[in-house]
Every structure is written in structure tokens, then in C-alpha cells.
Design a protein around this ligand. Structure first.
Ligand SMILES: O=C(O)[C@@H](O)C(=O)COP(=O)(O)O
Ligand SMILES: [Zn+2]
Length: 210
């Protein structure tokens, strides 16, 4: 896809997420790798419902601002993931309701916040590590994500929300939507007797992708 098509795709997908309640106010940010080697990111403070393709931010791998409006304050953590996972070409960060609710619970398994109970979670996401709480924009979020970026497709920032990767922006958005549904189910099922997938069932699903 050309840079112009990718810009329009970001605007369209962001608006679609906004209209369906995955993003509200100025929360969340998106980025993707451009054919030029630069990265396209949502501007800081922007609403997913009102992005302008021509004003999206362009940064280089070191976070230098190349063009467009001032980039998201989280661009450093997006870049940390790209640097450490070459399969990742797009990233979605949301404050979506169910994943953010999950991120506020005490006692999560920090290696994997959602114990698998459906195949799709295993195939699309695998495991969801929890990053200890840091204030939004703290450069240490990038350090924490850099350590884990090569091994995971999504992350849960404690008391904040999810960070989800994809092979392109469509894939990252699909992963985000499905992960949000999984969190919704996990919270709905809380306190109920769940039949979790067995080790063998999980092994059988691993590597099957989507
Ligand atoms: O939670 C925050 O403040 C950020 O992580 C966020 O979601 C929005 O920040 P910007 O991308 O700088 O608008
Ligand atoms: Zn945020």
C-alpha cells in the first residue's frame, strides 16, 4: 500500500473503533510502519473519531518528529516494540472498557492476565503479560515493553489499558477487538466454574495463527 492509502486506512479504522466504543475522548493511539521506513502515528490528544490523514504524525525509529502534528506521547513505546519485533508492522493502544477494567484488578498473573478458555485467544494473542503501572508517557513503559516485545503479541499496561500488535493495521485492530471480547468474557465468567483449555489443547492451538 502507498503512504497515502495507509494514512486513509488509519483514519478509517480509527473512526470505526471510535464509533463502536473501543475509543473515547482523546484516549489511545495508533501507529504503523510506512514504506519509507518512517512510522505514522496518531497525534497527541487526538480523537480516533476525528483524525485528519494529512495531519497524522511521522517519526523516525529514534522518535524524531519528521512531519505532521506532534506525535502521541506514547510513540516511544510503539518504537520500542518495532525495534524488538520485526514481524510487528502496526500497533494499537486503547483504553477499551473491559481490558482496562481487567488491568485494574489485583493479583493478575503477570505472565498472562487471561488464562485461556477459548481457542481464538490462544491463536491470535497467545499470552497477555502485564506491565507494572507507570504513568502514561513515562519512558520506562518503553523499557518494559522492549524486554518482552519479541515474545508477545499483546500487553496489558496495569491500571491503564492494552497494547496490541499486528502484521498490519487491520490485523492489529482485529486482534484488539477480539482481545477486548475475551476480556469481556473473562469478567462475565468471573466467579463461575470455567472449563479452561487444557495444556494439551493449548499446545495443539499454538502456532496455528488465525
Ligand atoms: O493514557 C494516556 O494518556 C496515553 O497513553 C493515551 O492513551 C493518549 O495519549 P496521546 O496518544 O498522547 O494522546
Ligand atoms: Zn493510554
Amino acid at each position: 500500500m502507498t503512504e497515502q492509502q495507509l494514512r486513509e486506512q488509519m483514519v478509517t479504522l480509527a473512526r470505526s473503533m471510535f464509533e463502536r466504543g473501543y475509543a473515547t475522548g482523546g484516549a489511545g493511539n495508533l501507529s504503523l510502519k510506512l514504506p519509507s521506513g518512517y512510522f505514522l502515528a496518531t497525534p497527541t490528544g487526538s480523537s480516533f473519531g476525528r483524525l485528519d490523514a494529512e495531519r497524522l504524525s511521522v517519526v523516525d525509529i529514534d522518535g524524531n518528529h519528521i512531519s505532521g502534528d506532534r506525535p502521541s506521547k506514547e510513540v516511544a513505546f510503539h518504537l520500542a516494540i518495532y525495534r524488538n519485533n520485526h514481524k510487528c508492522n502496526a500497533i494499537v493502544h486503547l483504553h477499551s472498557t473491559y481490558l482496562t477494567a481487567l488491568s485494574c484488578l489485583e493479583g493478575l498473573d503477570t505472565n498472562n492476565a487471561i488464562k485461556p478458555f477459548t481457542p481464538y485467544f490462544v491463536m491470535r494473542i497467545g499470552e497477555l503479560p502485564v506491565i507494572p503501572y507507570l504513568r502514561p508517557g513515562d519512558p520506562r513503559i518503553a523499557e518494559e515493553l522492549a524486554k518482552r516485545a519479541a515474545d508477545y503479541r499483546a500487553f496489558l499496561l496495569a491500571n491503564h489499558g492494552p497494547v496490541i500488535t499486528g502484521t498490519d493495521l487491520i490485523d492489529a485492530v482485529d486482534n484488539a477487538e477480539e482481545l477486548e471480547e475475551t476480556a469481556k468474557l473473562a469478567l462475565m465468567l468471573d466467579g463461575k466454574s470455567i472449563r479452561y483449555l487444557s495444556k494439551e489443547e493449548i499446545t495443539d492451538l499454538q502456532g496455528r495463527g488465525k
